[in-house]
Design a protein around this ligand. Sequence first.
Ligand code: ATP
Ligand code: MG
Length: 198
Amino acid sequence: MRAFIGIGLPPECRRAIAEAVFPLRAKRPAVSWTSEPNLHVTLKFLGQIPPERVDEIGSLLAETARGFGPFEFSVEGPGGFPALRAPRVLWIGIREPLELVGKLHENMENALSGAGFPREERRFHPHITVGRVRDRLPPGWWEEYAKALSGKSFGVVGVSSFQLYESRLSPGGAAYCVLRDVPLLREPANPGREEKGK
Ligand code: ATP
Ligand code: MG
């Protein structure tokens, strides 16, 4: 099965993004737009995994989450890979002062590389993919895109877990399904203590 790890977004945030992106479709640019339910922050793409490894990967992910409590990020700022002026991937960024998503990703790379999943070579830049460019864009269209999405907030998202997803590809687009929900639980300083007296 095809699998990846990501942070799902609440419906209000996905709605706000979809509404802002919708008018950009008017000129029919050669972009395949991410469907509203699929909007997410990717943490790591795993590719094909044997279904019998889901439990093992789930346990590794629970380890990588250790020490992280719930946190928030704000969703804002359009971008493009490799560049906003000549994008292949259109995205919206996230902002959080402590860069916890980056730290979570680093933990994940460390744990998963030990389990045979190669490290991503490129620098991690957390983002929400809103579209993938399929062909030449109308001249100057990127400016319209940048203008339409700049200076807007698409919400502040509370993150209390992340997800291991299966991605089922089909001609109609990918369908994601949550295989494991991994909670962010700040552990008590002394886990044994709470048990006393029970
Ligand atoms: P489609 O491929 O049909 O456009 P999709 O990209 O949403 O749909 P997947 O290709 O299964 O579905 O990707 C799932 C997630 O993993 C997405 O966030 C995608 O950007 C990311 N991803 C896919 N392939 C790679 C890759 N080779 N390297 C890094 N991330 C990837
Ligand atoms: Mg893809």
